[in-house]
Every structure is written in C-alpha cells, then in structure tokens.
Write a protein that binds this ligand. Sequence first.
Ligand SMILES: C[S@@+](CC[C@H](N)C(=O)[O-])C[C@H]1O[C@@H](n2cnc3c(N)ncnc32)[C@H](O)[C@@H]1O
Length: 237
Amino acid sequence: MPSTLDPDDVARWRRDWETMMRHYQPGRDDLLAAGLTAVEQIHGRPPERVLDVGGGPGTTAEAVLGRWPDAHVTVLDVDPALLALADAALPQVRTVRADISSARWLPPAGGPYDLVLALVTVHYLPEQRIHDWYAEARHLLRPDGLLLVADAMPEAPVSPRRQGCGTDPWIAWWTRLAEEPVMAPLLNERRAALSGLDPAEFVAPADWHGETARRAGFTHATALHQRAGHALMAFRR
Ligand SMILES: C[S@@+](CC[C@H](N)C(=O)[O-])C[C@H]1O[C@@H](n2cnc3c(N)ncnc32)[C@H](O)[C@@H]1O
C-alpha cells in the first residue's frame, strides 16, 4: 500500500464500502451473523482458519475477527486496490491476489481451511465455471469444513441476468476513490489486473447452488438466510 495512504481515509472508504454493499445485499449484517452462528453450532467451536474469497477491502474479514479474534483469516481477491485497503486496515490478515476464474487460484489460496466464505462474489463467474469453482472450494476445506456462499439467489428460476453491481452506488464508490490522487497507482494496477475479466453477473436460485454444490461433492446444502432475492447458503464438505 502507498505509505501516504491515510488511515482515516482508509477507514472512511471501507465504511462507505459497507454502506454500498448493504444496498446490494439486503439484510447483509443479519445474513453474516446467521452464517457465523451456524459455523459455531456446526463445529462446536470457532474456526481456526478462514478464507474469504473475493473478500475485497476486508470488511467481512474484520467482522469475522470481531467474532473470532484468534482466527487466522486470509482475504483473496483479484483487485489490488481493494486488497491494499484490506492490508492497510487489517495487518493481521493475510491477503492473496489471485483470480478465481481458473483453477490457478488454488495454490496461492493455501489451506486447508475450516471455513471458506464467498459473499457477493460467485456471480462474477459464468455458470460453467461455477460448477468447477464449487469443487475447488471444497478441495480447500478440512474434512469437516464449511463453505458459506451468499449472492443474489431469487426464489423463482430466472435466466442469467445482470445483477446490479454496475448501478449507481458501486460506480459512485469507485468514482470517489478515483478522485484521491494517492490511489492513482493502485487504480492503474487495478485496470491492468482486471482487463479481460468480464463479470458474468450470473444469477440462479438457491436450489441451483445446492444442486451444483452437491454435484461437486458437498454433502449438505442449507439456506441459512433468505431475503429479497438474496440468500446465504451453507455447504458441508
Ligand atoms: C461485490 S464485491 C464483494 C466483496 C466482498 N465479498 C464483500 O461482500 O464486501 C465482489 C468481489 O469479488 C472480487 N472478484 C471478482 N471477480 C474475481 C475474480 N475473478 N477473482 C477474484 N476475485 C474476484 C472483486 O474484486 C470484489 O472484491
């Protein structure tokens, strides 16, 4: 991260990120709390190792550490600007830059993990890739490990459609960041890292995710939280 990045600015950008994400993910706080509570109930203890896939600026990682301060948390993302914000705010978290659009993300991801999270991330991948992604996420888990996936999952089946990260709050957040001269090098790096990565904006019902995860080898699929077309699913390895 650039040494000139002001901790107060980083805190503000990450706060604004959460406000923006709450717009896209109705009931976001309750959804995450339901997921973390389920992890404790299923395992009977806090997880030791947690991976947040597409963890962005680390706001979910911060919530995980707020609940389980001793956990070893890794944030994996393709975006160097978001990872820089995670690094700046959470020095105790390991950040990994990797692209989940092919299996090449597995070696840098490390593991095994007790818990793998993917919040509002899987829809970036095309349908065919998501099948393999579930198998890869399973591969990173310990034998009793758990995968939590949250995304837009409308109850009625729909054709794949764009799901909305391109609408105003998302653009507004990135526009504000681009107004900060100190972010210019990271945003240039971001442009290079993301060139050729076209978000698929794939959306499917919770049942589709359950069936896809089962085909990838997961034994149980449970919807832990559903609201306004968004769901949090838990999958047991
Ligand atoms: C809508 S944001 C959600 C971020 C975070 N999970 C949250 O809930 O605050 C989607 C995240 O997925 C990341 N992402 C998108 N495509 C990716 C890819 N191919 N590989 C790794 N991360 C990706 C983005 O950079 C972004 O951080």
